[in-house]
Design a protein. Structure first.
Length: 417
């Protein structure tokens, strides 16, 4: 299931038996891959042979590999793909199934679901960091199932065409604009989703709002450096909260604002006064929202019609005593205009959980931007939410192998590849 040596030179692999056998003694094989940057598992042992006298992974450029109980070598799995009978789901029966779990930044995938019980025939390879763009096709080519974490890695038609073994693509959540679902269905790849816990992003939104208004990061740093109070922070009661978007998340954020005695105004392309009134919110124009609000929080879906919807005009209307919070999508904000506004003090500050490029590059301008709180796209990253998405991802794989895939996104061409 692992890629060839040419793409492995910057890779570190950790294999570890992290999963307990089920009642029948079956164990799911798991591999973790890190692209030479960090090793949260802390293992440094060298590769060991399997009970049949063969190394579990045979690549000269792999560094620090810990072997697991053997099942099949990658070559054996790939070699048997064309010789086995297929079930109704289009997957060979009675064999191991190569599964890639992408972008598991927090190393939570293996612990968040009982993979050994749900899909004991799965050989899991967990990628703890992003796969370099140029290597994605080669790295993922051996896999029949790929589990994508939200929109962390784009999966366009061009990449799908280079993955001849791929049969099932699972995305966490029920919407993923980074996957070409139509192209996948056209070549017989099933795309399935998972449920998610509601409310996690709204909770983070309020953590960021309160952090901005009470200047928590700066005061924490001051106290740790030996200082004490030096500034007075702002209040929320009696101020106006502006919401760009009043859907499920925006409505949750509005309820907390109302509980804190804030006036809440909202705008979205299709928001009516009646719908706003149902949430106890006043519908206003977009520019009026920025002019009136002490805090503006973004909760719109990114589309061509909303890309760059917050620009220099809106930021100027917001003013030097008000704040912008974005836990939605970076593309909603004109980044050049935001950079200018922060450095010039046109706005009071910004809290950002989303960025144009993720993970955020070390030299990104926003890392040194004044009056900001930054979080590494934590909106949906909670322990319980990860348990939900990984458990349901495993259930999607189980259903697919059994010929009944739950939570399918888009149509699938019955002819397949």
């Amino acid at each position: 299931m692992l890629p060839g040596p040419l793409v492995m030179q910057d890779m570190e692999v950790r294999q570890r038996n992290l999963l307990r056998p089920d009642r029948m003694g079956r164990i799911t094989c798991a591999t973790r891959i890190y692209w030479g940057r960090h090793n949260p598992m802390g293992d440094t042992s060298e590769a060991e042979g399997d009970p049949r006298g063969r190394p579990r992974v045979r690549h000269d450029r792999l560094r620090r590999v810990r072997a697991l109980p053997a099942v099949e070598t990658p070559g054996e799995v790939r070699g048997r793909l064309g010789r086995l009978p297929y079930d109704g789901g289009g997957v060979p029966v009675s064999r191991r199934v190569a599964v890639a779990v992408l972008d598991d930044y927090t190393s939570a995938a293996l612990e968040s679901a009982d993979w050994a019980r749900i899909v004991p025939e799965a050989d899991l390879t967990v990628f703890a960091e992003p796969i370099p763009t140029a290597s994605r096709a080669e790295v993922l080519r051996p896999f029949e199932v790929v589990v994508a974490m939200r929109e962390r890695m784009p999966v366009p038609a061009s990449l799908l065409q280079e993955l001849p073994n791929l049969r099932l693509l699972v995305t966490t959540g029920m919407r993923n604009r980074a996957i070409d679902i139509e192209a996948a269905g056209g070549i017989g790849i099933v795309v399935a989703g998972t449920g998610v816990k509601s409310g996690t992003t709204a909770e983070l939104t309020w953590a960021l709002i309160l952090g901005l208004l009470r200047d928590v990061p700066a005061n924490d740093a001051l106290l740790r450096s030996g200082g004490w109070q030096s500034t007075a922070s702002g209040d929320l009661a009696g101020e106006t909260l502006g919401l760009l978007g009043l859907g499920r998340l925006g409505t949750r954020v509005a309820r907390v604002g109302q509980a804190l005695d804030m006036d809440v105004v909202a705008w979205s392309p299709h928001l009516t006064p009646e719908r706003a009134a149902e949430a106890g919110v006043e519908a206003v124009s977009r520019l009026e929202l920025f002019e009136r609000s002490r805090v503006v929080s973004l909760h719109l879906v990114l589309a061509e019609s909303t890309r760059g919807i917050v620009g220099a005009r809106e930021l100027e209307a917001l003013g030097p005593d008000a704040y912008l919070v974005n836990t939605s999508r970076s593309g909603l904000v004109d980044q050049d205009a935001l950079r200018v506004a922060l450095r010039a003090g046109t706005i009071g500050g910004a809290a950002l959980d989303v960025f144009d490029e993720e993970p955020l590059p070390a030299d990104a301008w926003v890392r040194s931007a004044p009056r900001t709180i930054l979080s590494p796209h934590l909106g949906y990253v909670t322990r319980e939410n990860l348990r939900v998405v990984y458990r349901e991802a495993a259930e999607d794989i189980r259903g697919f192998l059994d010929g009944v895939t739950p939570r399918v996104l888009g149509a699938v061409d019955g002819q397949g590849r």
